[in-house]
Design a protein around this ligand. Structure first.
Ligand SMILES: Nc1ncnc2c1ncn2[C@@H]1O[C@H](COP(=O)(O)OP(=O)(O)OP(=O)(O)O)[C@@H](O)[C@H]1O
Length: 234
C-alpha cells in the first residue's frame, strides 16, 4: 500500500456554484456543478481565454473564487487559509505547469525528486529512487547536467516526472504535451495516463491535444468560463 493511501481516503471532486470574477467584475468562471470520482480522469478543452488554466489553479487552491465550493473529499480548497492551502497542495497534488516551472540549475533527477520532499515526513517514499524510475519510464536523459540545457520536450517530461514522483492523489496538468511532436506527445500521453492510473490518482488535464483528450474518461468544454459541452460527472 502506498503511504498516502494509509493516510488519506480517496478524494472525490465536487464543485458547487463556483463563480470567479476578475478585479473589474468580469466573470472568469461560472461552474455550477462538476464532479469527478477519485481515480478517474477528466480532460478540459476550449478556446484560448476560456478559463481552463484559471479553473485548474482554482482546483488546487492557487486561485481564489468569488463564491462557491471546490471539495476534494471533505477538503474545501476555496475555504482554506493560505497556509492550509499550501499544505493541501504539498500533501495531495502534483502539478504539471504550462511553462514547466523547473529549477534550471538542477539536474533532471533533482527536479523530479523535489515534489516528494514537500510531503509530510513519513509519507515520503524514497524520492530519488522513485523519481529515477519515472524519468526512465518517460525516457528522460539522466545526466548530471542541469535542465537549463534540455530541449523543450525534455523539460516538459521532467515536469511530468516531478508530478508523478510525488505519489500525489490529485494530478493537475496544464497542456502537458504542448511542447512535443506527435509521436513524443502520444508516448507522454500514454505514460501519463498509465502511471496516474497505476498510482490510483485522479487526473485533470487541460489540453488542446485531441489524442490526449481521447485517453480521458470524460472531456468537458469550457467557453467564457462555463461548461458548454461534455458530461460534468465522471
Ligand atoms: N488575474 C486576472 N485578472 C484579470 N483577468 C484574468 C486574470 N487571470 C486570468 N484572466 C483572464 O481570464 C481569462 C481566462 O484565462 P485562462 O488563462 O484561464 O484561459 P485559458 O482557457 O487557459 O487560455 P489558453 O488556452 O490561452 O491558455 C483570460 O481572458 C485572461 O486574460
Amino acid at each position: 500500500m502506498r503511504a498516502a493511501e494509509a493516510a488519506a481516503l480517496p478524494l472525490d471532486l465536487s464543485i458547487n456554484g463556483l463563480v470567479m470574477h476578475d478585479p473589474a467584475g468580469r466573470v472568469l468562471l461560472d461552474v455550477a456543478d462538476l464532479s469527478v470520482r477519485a481515480g478517474k480522469s477528466l480532460g478540459i478543452c476550449g478556446p484560448s481565454g476560456a478559463g481552463k488554466s484559471t479553473l485548474l489553479h482554482a482546483l488546487s487552491g492557487l486561485r481564489r473564487a468569488t463564491s462557491g465550493q471546490i471539495l476534494w473529499g471533505e477538503h474545501d480548497v476555496q475555504a482554506m487559509t493560505p497556509s492550509q492551502s499550501a499544505a493541501f497542495r504539498a500533501r495531495y497534488t502534483g502539478m504539471i505547469f504550462q511553462d514547466f516551472l523547473l529549477f534550471d540549475e538542477l539536474s533532471a533527477l533533482d527536479n523530479a525528486g523535489l515534489g516528494a520532499w514537500f510531503r509530510p515526513r513519513g509519507e515520503r517514499a524514497k524520492p530519488r529512487s522513485k523519481a529515477g524510475a519515472i524519468l526512465r519510464d518517460l525516457s528522460v536523459p539522466q545526466t548530471a547536467r542541469s535542465v537549463a540545457s534540455f530541449s523543450g520536450g525534455e523539460r516538459q517530461r521532467v515536469g511530468v516526472a516531478r508530478a508523478l514522483a510525488s505519489d500525489a492523489l490529485i494530478l493537475l496538468a496544464d497542456e502537458p504535451t504542448a511542447s512535443l511532436h506527435r509521436a513524443a506527445a502520444e508516448k507522454l500521453g500514454d505514460d501519463l495516463v498509465a502511471l496516474s492510473r497505476s498510482g490510483g490518482a485522479t487526473l485533470i488535464t487541460v489540453s488542446h491535444d485531441e489524442a490526449l483528450l481521447a485517453r480521458m474518461d470524460r472531456v468537458i468544454r469550457l467557453e467564457n468560463g462555463k461548461i458548454v459541452a461534455g458530461d460534468a460527472h465522471v
